[in-house]
Design a protein around this ligand. Sequence first.
Ligand code: DAS
Length: 355
Amino acid sequence: MYFPSRIRAFAAGAALLAASAIAQAQQLPNVVILATGGTIAGAGASAANSATYAAAKVPVDKLIAGLPEISKVANVKGEQTFQIASESFTNDNLLVLARRVSALAKQSDVDGIVVTHGTDTLEETAYFLNLVVRTDKPIVVVGSMRPGTALSADGALNLFDAVNVAASKDAKGKGVLVTMNDEIQSGRDVAKAINIKTEAFKSQWGPLGMIVEGKNYWFRAPVKRHTTQSEFNIDEITALPQVDIAYGYGNVPASTVETIGKGAKAIIHAGTGNGSVADRVVPALQKLRADGVQVIRSSRVNTGGFVLRNAEQPDDKYDWVVAHDLNPQKARILAMVALSKPLSTADLQRVFWEY
Ligand code: DAS
């Protein structure tokens, strides 16, 4: 018999190790990663390819396996919700994703949720979740500007940061968050302002905080209504109405607005400067309003708009709405959510001041 005492000692040691691993896992928060595709799941032909690559290739389990450091931060489980480039997101994708986030947030064994996402429409999805998911648990949307195969890829650190924030108690109640390039941004405020640099995501109001070596440093908190303070609830939204965006620019024909507004519940006018509307386009918008289409003036200025009522156009007289500081694509998200139920123009404008 080979040294029975050694076998017993080995077995005791193994049992001790297993027990301490279980104890450690029981102390760690539980974070679910919902993967939807994008560059963070992208792959290029060589390390030199930081801009030429295929998005939405790497499955969520490989993303998690490639980042062993997160196992020290949280018990992480992955789900492959979609595997698409985010420019191809549809309203149905938004509804499916938000319903899954909402269901997971209701589970007592889920402490935080991460959504990996393409950067092109990340700001739209983050804002949508911010409006309709009734939870104070951290929901963190994350992407990357370079595929994991590229030199100085940013996805691994962005994902590590996202899991850290999603596992943090101090991230609760701050609305949907976005971790990109060491910053913790508000899902409401942040937008992709640069399309080729890792410092791509900006908010005209600044980040909420920073994350360095897994520690959150907060400098402000959102004041607009979100998540648990929202009047909107994904569990009550069955479909999103058609809301489209008409761009303003020099020499713009009125036909852009006439075409885009046809059959829509609302039209977002991405105006120049303060949300200005070309004189030849005003009658077309007035006709749409008369036909029951809500008209919402936003600004095309991409690093930050601020549209006031009755400044560039007599909004009271025309019964139009202003998008406040929301860019056109975020104004579209809010208009779709708000108009998923009947709302007067005055109530719609209130929603744009409050969310
Ligand atoms: N095509 C882009 C997208 O999926 C890639 C990215 O930047 O994530 O949004």
